[in-house]
Ligand binder design. Structure first.
Ligand SMILES: NC(=O)c1ccc[n+]([C@@H]2O[C@H](COP(=O)([O-])OP(=O)(O)OC[C@H]3O[C@@H](n4cnc5c(N)ncnc54)[C@H](O)[C@@H]3O)[C@@H](O)[C@H]2O)c1
Length: 360
């Protein structure tokens, strides 16, 4: 099945279903005009598992990224840009990314910068990348001062969400993807949240028919938001639900050991608690309902569940990360807080005392 999303007036087909990897090269040859060269930027682990399935890529140069969040660094960006130069890419060239959200963020940023922009096709290989990260054209790397602090908007030309590739995703990374699935469901509305609740077992068992349906629903829901507001000037901010907290948690953890989607789940829990504390919630049962769902999906409900002696997630460090929140001014973070399923306040200022209470 193909869902089409339009970003900044350009239509981007999102191919969703099993066994799509084999057809990526045919798509490029048939659908993209004037392609002189291709560079594959791939997560090393994914390449090992699935590279052989990429038909027609023999002879295509490959730039291998380290697996995971470490790929989103200035050093890795530099290496990827150098690979573009070494392989003689021009503005007619295409970068193909193969990997999860870290890979699509780094490859997308590379594509947007090299010679001021070339086309990028994402092959999204984690659940999180299929339901969220590959969609919408945001690219980023992390800086020592904070998560995703350097990035661009650069819409992909096409996206492939091959559901059969998801079989090799680790249980932890599967759960992380479900953090963004719940976020998208809360934004999309009651029907999508009920779909997730009713299909928890099939989703956990990775029933590929249900998963394809889930990916399509998430792509369409996020697609609708980014089509309306491609550059996050207004309504797109809703997609940051839970993310100001999540980015602080990832920063405090040194970008290792806590997967992005797991941090997002915890961030949603904190956003619900904050909404409750300031009497913003119109649906008083929502926190209990989301907690129940997170429990069934194996996702954390509180920051305490993420703390360990090795990873204290000290409130003072978490507070420092808020300084760079991209939705507020320096030192004045703004939070997306829920009122009910599908209803949000997109720019809430929380006082320091309440924040410290939430992060205790
Ligand atoms: N640009 C956006 O709009 C956007 C949205 C959401 C998240 N993100 C970013 O996405 C990243 C998180 O994405 P992620 O969870 O995919 O992380 P990831 O790319 O780090 O992948 C997680 C792990 O799964 C492995 N993996 C991926 N696909 C696999 C497969 N098919 N089989 C086996 N292993 C596989 C990777 O090697 C890695 O170890 C974060 O950096 C986050 O900031 C970006």
């Amino acid at each position: 099945m193909i869902a089409t999303i339009a970003i900044d007036s350009a239509a981007c087909p999102v191919h969703i279903g099993p066994e799509l990897l084999e057809g990526v090269r045919d798509f490029i040859d048939a659908e993209l005009s004037d392609v002189d060269r291709i560079l594959l930027i791939a997560d090393g682990r994914v390449l090992e598992h699935h590279g052989a399935r990429l038909r027609g890529f023999v002879g295509v140069p490959v730039h291998v990224l380290p697996s995971g969040e470490v790929a989103k660094s200035l050093r890795q960006l530099e290496l990827a840009l150098a690979a573009c130069a070494d392989e003689g890419l021009s503005r007619s060239s295409v970068i193909v990314s193969l990997g999860g959200g870290a890979t699509s963020d780094l490859a997308g940023l590379t594509a947007s910068l090299f010679k001021r922009g070339l086309r990028v096709v994402h092959i999204a290989t984690s659940l999180l990348a299929q339901v969220d990260a590959s969609i919408g054209g945001k690219t980023a790397i992390n800086l020592p001062a904070g998560k995703n602090l350097a990035g661009t908007f650069h819409a992909p030309t096409a996206i492939f969400a091959d559901t059969s590739i998801l079989r090799t995703v680790s249980p932890l990374d599967w759960r992380a993807g479900l953090g963004e699935v719940v976020k998208t469901a809360l934004i999309a509305g009651e029907a999508q949240l009920a779909f997730v609740e009713q299909n928890v077992d099939a989703i956990l068992e990775r029933d590929l028919d249900v998963v394809a349906d889930l990916v399509r629903r998430c792509v369409e829901a996020k697609g609708a938001v980014v089509t309306e507001d491609p550059f996050e000037e207004g309504p797109r901010r809703v997609l940051n639900l839970g993310h100001t907290f999540a980015h602080a948690i990832e920063f405090a953890a040194g970008y290792t050991g806590i997967a992005h989607g797991v941090a997002v789940a915890c961030g949603i829990g904190l956003a619900l608690e904050a909404a409750q504390e300031i009497d913003l919630l119109e649906d008083a049962d929502l926190p209990k309902r989301v907690n129940r769902l997170f429990g069934r999906l194996g996702l954390p409900r509180t920051i305490l569940e993420l703390r360990s002696p090795m990873r204290p997630l000290a409130p003072s460090v978490l507070m420092r990360a808020f300084e760079h929140d991209k939705k507020g001014r320096f030192g004045e973070p703004r939070f997306v807080l829920p009122k009910a399923v599908g209803r949000f306040d997109l720019s809430v200022k929380l006082d320091g005392e309440l924040l410290e209470h939430l992060l205790r």
